[in-house]
Design a protein around this ligand. Structure first.
Ligand code: EPU
Length: 417
C-alpha cells in the first residue's frame, strides 16, 4: 500500500506551476469523439483519472498518443461498444461517453458512473436532457440502454445548474437537428472551455459561461487543437498552502478571475496576497482572522475548495463557519482534522471551527480527493510527522503533487508500506 509521509512545518518558497484543469480535461477528452478526425489537446494533466479515460478511448478503438502534457486523439476507427463497468465506475466523468456515443450512434449502453463518495450524485438531469433531445432510456441493474431514432433540439430547463448535465446537454445537442436552449445552465469555466473547443470544431454554441446556452445543431464536427485552461482547484489548493506556509510562494499559470471567490476571502482574512495577470504571490506573514464561507455554484465559493479551506480555518483566530450547499457528505476530513488537534464541530451541513489550534502529525486516511488535499495541507502545517493512507484519491486530481511541493521546500514522500 502506498502512503504519503509528510514532515510538517516547513516554509515554502519558490514557484509552483499549475497544470491543466482536471474537470475540463475529463470533459474535453470524451468530446473529441464527437468528431471523425484528429484532435490535439495540450495541457492535459498527468493524473490517474486521465489514465482511465485513455483506457476507455482505447477500448472504443480510438487511437491515443500521449506526450508531455498533450494527447493526440484520432477517432476515425471509433466503435460503439458497451463500456465495461470496471472502467465507468472509476470516475464520474465517464458519463460524458454516454452523451458523445448517443450523439454519434444514437445508441449507447453504459453503467452508472463512479466518482468520489461525497453524496448521492444522481444523474436525473442528464437523463431528463437526453429524453428531451429524443432518446428513450431503459435502466436495468445500473445499466442504461439509450436509443434515439433522431436527436432533435429542445428546450432544456435544468432543475439545478449541474455541471455534468450542462456538459452532457451541450454534447448531444451540438449534433442534434435544430436549436437547443439550456436554461439554468451551470456557468463553471470548464463549460466555457468545452464550448470554445467545440466551436473550433464547427459547433454553434452561444452563451456558455452564462445561465442560458443556445446551440444550433450541425451535421458534423472536425478535429482541432486546443489548450486546456489551468486547474482552478489546484491553483486554489496551493494558494491556501501559501497562506499558511508561504515565504513569497508564487502560484503560476492561473486565471485570477477563476479563483476570485477564494482570493477575496483570503484578503478578507488578512492574508498577504499579490495578484498579477497570470500568477499570484502569497506568504504567511500576516495573522489570519476568522471568516465564514458557504459553497455555491460558480462564481460562488467552490465546493471543491471547501475541505482544503477548512484546514486553513483551523489556523485562523476566532470562530469561523462553513456551510456546504452542494454535497451532503463532504465533511469526511473533519474526523481526521480533529484527530490532528483541530476544534471543529459539525451540525448537518454546517461546521463551526474554533482557531487557531496547533496541529500534530498522526495517521490519517484520504477518503476522497479533496478530503485528501485537506489532510495533506494539515500535514504540511503540523509540527510533527503525518502518514496519509489511500493516497490514490489525491493522485486522481493533483499532477505531480509530491514533486511540486518538494521543489518549494516541503518534506513529503510516497512510501510503499
Ligand atoms: N445533481 C442532481 N442531479 C443531477 C446532477 C447533479 O441532483 O442530475 C446534484 C448533485 O447531487 C450535486 C449537485 O447537483 O449535489 C451538483 O452536481 P453537478 O452535476 O454540478 O456536479 P458534477 O458534474 O457531478 C462536477 C465536478 C465536481 C464538482 C462539481 C460541482 C467533474 C468531473 N466533477 O461534478 O468535482 O464538485 O462539478 O462544481 O467535473 C472534484 O473535482 O473533486 C469534484 C467532485
Amino acid at each position: 500500500m502506498k502512503v504519503l509521509k509528510v514532515t510538517g512545518n516547513q516554509k515554502l518558497t519558490g514557484s509552483i506551476r499549475i497544470s491543466g484543469a482536471k474537470n475540463s480535461s475529463v470533459a474535453l477528452i470524451p468530446a473529441t469523439l464527437l468528431t471523425n478526425g484528429v484532435t490535439t489537446l495540450c495541457n492535459v494533466p498527468d493524473i490517474s483519472d486521465i489514465d482511465v479515460l485513455e483506457k476507455t478511448l482505447e477500448y472504443l478503438n480510438v487511437s491515443v498518443k500521449r506526450a508531455s502534457g498533450s494527447l493526440l486523439i484520432d477517432t476515425k476507427n471509433l466503435e460503439n461498444k458497451a463500456i465495461p463497468e470496471e472502467l465507468s465506475n472509476k470516475l464520474r466523468a465517464s458519463y460524458y461517453f454516454m452523451a458523445v456515443l448517443l450523439a454519434r450512434f444514437k445508441h449507447v449502453e453504459m453503467y452508472f458512473p463512479g466518482g468520489c463518495q461525497i453524496g448521492s450524485r444522481p444523474i436525473d438531469q442528464t437523463l431528463k436532457a437526453f429524453k428531451l433531445l429524443g432518446a428513450t432510456i431503459e435502466e436495468k441493474d445500473c445499466l442504461f440502454v439509450m436509443d434515439a431514432k433522431e436527436l432533435k433540439g429542445a428546450k432544456i430547463d435544468l432543475d439545478m445548474p449541474s455541471v455534468g448535465a450542462t456538459i452532457n446537454s451541450i454534447m448531444v445537442s451540438v449534433l442534434a437537428k435544430g436549436k437547443t436552449k439550456i436554461t439554468n445552465a451551470a456557468k463553471e469555466p470548464e463549460i466555457t472551455d468545452l464550448a470554445i473547443m467545440l466551436n473550433k470544431m464547427g459547433a454553434k454554441i452561444k452563451g456558455a459561461g452564462t445561465s442560458t446556452i443556445e446551440i444550433e445543431g450541425v451535421e458534423e464536427l472536425t478535429g482541432t487543437n486546443h489548450d486546456i485552461i489551468p486547474d482552478r482547484i489546484e491553483a486554489g489548493t496551493y494558494t491556501i498552502i501559501g497562506a499558511l506556509l508561504g515565504d513569497y510562494l508564487k502560484v503560476d499559470n492561473i486565471v485570477p478571475e477563476h479563483i476570485k471567490a477564494l482570493t477575496d476571502k483570503l484578503e478578507e482574512m488578512g492574508a498577504n496576497i499579490d495578484i498579477h495577470s497570470d500568477y499570484l504571490i502569497i506568504d504567511n506573514q500576516n495573522k489570519l482572522i476568522k471568516t465564514d464561507i458557504a459553497t455555491h455554484e460558480y462564481p460562488g465559493f467552490p465546493t471543491d475548495l471547501q475541505q482544503p479551506f477548512t484546514t486553513l480555518l483551523t489556523q485562523a483566530s476566532g470562530e469561523s463557519h462553513v456551510e456546504e450547499n452542494i454535497y451532503e457528505n463532504r465533511f469526511m476530513n473533519v474526523l481526521y482534522l480533529n484527530k490532528m488537534g483541530a476544534n471543529i464541530h459539525q451540525e448537518g451541513k454546517k461546521l463551526t471551527i474554533s482557531g487557531p489550534t496547533k496541529l500534530k502529525g498522526t495517521k490519517v486516511e484520504a477518503t476522497d480527493l479533496r478530503a485528501g488535499a485537506s489532510l495533506l495541507i494539515a500535514a504540511l502545517v503540523a509540527d510533527s510527522n503525518t502518514e496519509i493512507k489511500n493516497i490514490e484519491h489525491i493522485l486522481r486530481g493533483y499532477e505531480q503533487i509530491v514533486e511540486k511541493l518538494t521543489n518549494v521546500g516541503a518534506k513529503i514522500e510516497i512510501k510503499e508500506i
